[in-house]
Design a protein around this ligand. Structure first.
Ligand code: AMP
Ligand code: GLY
Length: 461
């Protein structure tokens, strides 16, 4: 905020307007930040948050092997991983009471749905993410569906059921062309897509009778099966204002050509060229304006990240679901394009000051290819030694985000289904894609599995 100095005279102090210094610079001269989570999304968040000159100390609970290697831009200290599970709210609160973080950032959905924001706020801590009421947009598909229908947000035709017989009747009325969804959180896997009445009935039985997704399936939502191009939207919200991100696209199925089972996400890229900037603004407004009005009418104070999954159908964009957190792996491509200080943005979101901020994006395209353990999304082995990460990171405009990794006897080993998010950015999508796959080629672990067609839909073949 020092303005241009006169030649050789140092800054002209008359030009500094103290009243315009951002309050957070005064409030947090040496900010201590706690990040919660351990996946690829959290590594991308840690990497970007660590670049903020505001942050003097950062913990991540529980973090992963990649997060533990990140250094703060301010003075080079490492991010400190603490072995506390993201779902263990009492232990996280006890840690906060001991270390007194100035700001806590929550990555995953589970602690949000369990009310970590309410708990931390009640104990006097500043924390970013939606409170328990607002997190229901993700925690309950029935809540979201009801909200969308009441407030005129474009979505699929749907019904909500606790009785399997009524559910099957509704599925039959759609000729069995349905998305059958467990109401609660199910690690992104609680959705079965069906194209015949028999399949739809089996799906209802699987979720409601065999309880394939446990208690999450006590209630189900059945939507008509929509066709079209699916994109991810993200908007940062502060309770009053929602700031839309550029487009991105995830690849949910395990295998090339969108075959195989649904996963948490096998790769992403941004921007996705299926909407022009003007169309994106129109789609964003068609969803976010009624959503903001609905939140105000229902007394929902949503301060966090709203992530609508959207199908671009022949009859217009339709919301398939809302998530109440950053996407994974969308975060990896968004944060390699975001030019703002992420700490400032998340503080503004938390404090209701987003109207003062414009999101700034680089014109680069970014591509993330997820390398997964053989067998994922089914069962898979852990503890496989990973080589080549440093060689991949040494490539220009490339960052390997860790998801399921751990350190064992000085070696980085696999420790989850999605293991790495190999991300590269460049002036155009084709170059970014080639760079991401060049980095993937450098990395090896036994039975590594990745899709070969990330971003291919967006490029002429
Ligand atoms: P969700 O967790 O609700 O986003 O569903 C997971 C995935 O299932 C989505 O990313 C879509 O690919 C697909 N899906 C969900 N709902 C529908 C629908 N109504 N029609 C077609 N595909 C859907
Ligand atoms: N990219 C899928 C998700 O974050 O749910």
């Amino acid at each position: 905020m020092l303005t241009q100095s006169g030649k050789g005279k140092g800054p002209d102090l008359r030009l500094i307007n103290l009243s315009r210094l951002p309050t957070f610079l005064i409030q947090y001269p040496r900010m201590k930040l706690l990040l919660i989570g351990s996946g690829g999304r959290e590594h991308a968040l840690a990497w970007k948050l660590a670049q903020s000159p505001l942050v003097a100390r950062m913990w991540c609970a529980p973090g992963n092997a990649g997060i533990a290697e990140e250094r703060l831009a301010k003075h080079g200290a490492l991010v400190e991983c603490v072995p506390l599970p993201a779902e263990d709210l009492p232990k996280l609160l006890a840690f906060a009471q001991q270390e007194r973080p100035d700001f806590t950032v929550v990555g995953p959905d589970n602690p949000l749905a369990a009310g970590i924001v309410d708990l931390f706020q009640a104990n006097g801590f500043k924390i970013w993410g939606p409170n328990k009421q607002a997190a229901q947009f993700e925690g309950s598909k029935a809540f979201s569906q009801d909200f969308m229908e009441r407030h005129g947000i474009p979505t699929a035709k749907s019904g909500t059921f606790t009785d399997p017989v009524a559910a099957k009747q509704f599925a039959a009325s759609l000729d069995g062309r349905c998305a059958v969804k467990a109401d609660g959180l199910a690690l992104g896997k609680g959705v079965l897509l069906t194209t015949s009445v028999r399949e739809a009935e089996q799906a209802v039985d699987e979720i409601m009778v065999s309880k394939a997704f446990g208690a999450a399936g006590q209630r189900i939502v059945i939507q008509e099966l929509l066709e079209g191009m699916e994109i991810s939207l993200h908007a940062l919200c502060d309770g009053k204002v929602a700031k839309l991100f550029p487009t991105s696209q995830d690849h949910k199925r395990a295998l090339d050509g969108d075959a195989g089972l649904n996963t948490g996400g096998m790769g992403a890229y941004s921007p996705a060229p299926f909407l022009t900037d003007a169309e994106l603004r129109t789609v964003g407004e068609a969803i976010l304006q009624p959503w903001l009005r609905g939140c105000a009418a229902d007394g929902i104070d949503f301060r966090g990240l709203l992530y609508p999954g959207v199908m671009l159908t022949k009859s217009g964009p339709k919301v398939l679901e809302f998530n109440a957190r950053f996407g994974d792996p969308e975060t990896q491509v968004y944060l390699t394009r975001l030019e703002n200080d992420l700490v400032e943005l998340l503080l503004a979101s938390c404090e209701g000051r987003l109207a003062d901020h414009e999101l700034q994006w680089s014109s680069n395209a970014s591509v993330c290819v997820v390398m997964a353990s053989g067998g994922y999304p089914g069962s898979y082995p852990k503890g496989k030694v990973i080589t080549g990460i440093a060689a991949a990171n040494a490539l220009p405009n490339t960052k390997v985000f860790h998801a399921g990794t751990a350190l064992k006897d000085g070696q980085t080993v696999t420790n989850g289904g999605r293991v790495l998010g190999v991300t590269a950015w460049a002036k155009d999508l084709a170059t970014a894609r080639n760079a991401a796959y060049a980095a993937v080629e450098k990395i090896h672990f036994e039975a590594a599995h990745f899709r070969h067609d990330i971003a291919a839909k967006a490029l002429p073949m």
